[in-house]
Ligand binder design. Structure first.
Ligand code: SF4
Length: 230
């Protein structure tokens, strides 16, 4: 019997049952899932394994927060585009769905959608708008966009800028590209495996996780203890 089943009484097949959606044709990884894994923002690899292998699953309801985030993010992107067009009225600037990148590997597919791309011949300037505080995964996310874009055209120059809250942004310098590439490919290879990894339930990640059928979800909060030892 699997360890998880011993711990929770859950059948391993939970990820194929009601609410677990449909199996994808091949594993699929969204850029922000990979960037969060690469810097350790997500430690429950089961969550990403599930999303990589299943689609149209029943999600927990987070619409209130999501809508607030979407409204702020959308306003920020309009602000960035306005500045870019003011700088250069001829600029070729595209946003979100116009920027969809899909790369088909031998084992899996990676997809991403940079917020804004300003294209000039031989150069892509990629902008990403952030409505929250800077996070460790932001740079990894930007590097992933660069990596995927260079698969289309290796000769292209790519400049990366993060915009936190308001214009102007901060240019991103990536020094450890080989380490990032090794990390990204290792995660894709590992989580393309059809056998799920063990769950690592924890209060913070389970609170943000939208997989409603997960039987391992941590229901308790973070550990809080009072002591007189200090
Ligand atoms: S609910 Fe928690 S344990 Fe389950 S996949 Fe999500 S983060 Fe992991």
């Amino acid at each position: 019997m699997e360890q998880q089943e011993l711990q929770t009484g859950a059948k391993p097949e939970w990820y194929e049952g009601p609410g677990a959606g449909e199996a994808r044709d091949r594993p699929y990884f969204w850029v922000t899932w990979l960037s969060a894994l690469m810097v350790g923002d997500i430690t429950c690899t089961l969550a990403i394994w599930f999303k990589a292998h299943r689609q149209r699953y029943k999600k927990t309801d987070k619409r209130g927060n999501l809508n607030n985030w979407k409204i702020k993010h959308r306003a920020l992107l309009e602000q960035i585009v306005t500045h870019l067009v003011m700088e250069d009225t001829e600029a070729n600037v595209t946003m979100e769905d116009e920027n969809s990148i899909t790369v088909w590997g031998s084992k899996a597919t990676i997809g991403g959608k940079p917020d804004i791309i300003k294209r000039v011949p031989g150069l892509w300037h990629i902008y990403d708008g952030k409505t929250g505080a800077p996070g460790d995964s932001d740079k990894a996310q930007m590097w992933l966009y660069k990596w995927l874009s260079l698969m289309q055209d290796k000769a292209r120059k790519v400049v990366l800028t993060l915009v936190y809250g308001e214009w102007p942004g901060i240019d991103v310098n990536i020094e450890n590209e080989m380490a990032l590439k090794e990390s990204a490919t290792a995660w894709v290879n590992s989580l393309s495996n059809p056998v799920p990894p063990a769950a690592r339930p924890n209060g913070k990640e389970c609170r943000d996780c939208d997989i409603s059928v997960c039987p391992f979800r941590a229901t308790a909060g973070l550990i809080e203890i009072s002591t007189d030892e200090f």
